[in-house]
Design a protein around this ligand. Sequence first.
Ligand SMILES: C[S@@+](CC[C@H](N)C(=O)[O-])C[C@H]1O[C@@H](n2cnc3c(N)ncnc32)[C@H](O)[C@@H]1O
Length: 198
Amino acid sequence: MFTIDWDARYRDGETPWEKGMAHPALPFFIESHPAFFEGKPRLFHPGCGYGRDAAHLAPLCREITALDIAEEAITNAKNLYPALENIRWEQGDLFTWDEPEHYDLVWEHTCFCAITPSYRAAYVRAIHTLLKPGGLLLGIFFLTPDHPIGEGPPFRVSRDQLNHFFGKDFELIEDIPNPPTYDGREDTETIMIWRKRP
Ligand SMILES: C[S@@+](CC[C@H](N)C(=O)[O-])C[C@H]1O[C@@H](n2cnc3c(N)ncnc32)[C@H](O)[C@@H]1O
């Protein structure tokens, strides 16, 4: 096992994932799935980086917890979006975050592919624990099935792996391949909607 110094990546500006805007799939997803945001859900967003997606989702949610292990990312997010009072910006570790069954929704965007692969089962357990019964994991998943094994981040992710890791504790509700995306990420992503099994 090796660890990634995420804070150093931000301090050194080694952040190729940071595009200065929310993921382009997010407006498309919100427009095509308005029911998920009726009643203003409580949403958890792990690995939020500079908080672009959280800021886009804020008007639709009662409360957002935007979590990142990198202090530098959270400091920047707070500076970028000081006026969004329903976002709780938190520096912390997803794997020890302790708010069981608090959230209606989780928004995933390049956190699953970024963590060390030996932590994937722990990621699934953490998300399952955070969601209320019947809660939904909404994710834009980066698919890199030909990526060399062990090299990353991002680490190799395939559809089979996603089904393997999430399929036991979550039910796949919808899979939307090739949604709108950033320049250069065409044909590499899919949106998946997973419902927590009891
Ligand atoms: C590839 S970046 C994506 C950031 C953001 N989602 C984006 O697309 O701009 C992965 C993020 O996950 C964060 N991260 C990695 N491990 C984490 C953990 N255990 N708990 C919380 N955040 C973590 C990193 O600090 C980093 O900001």
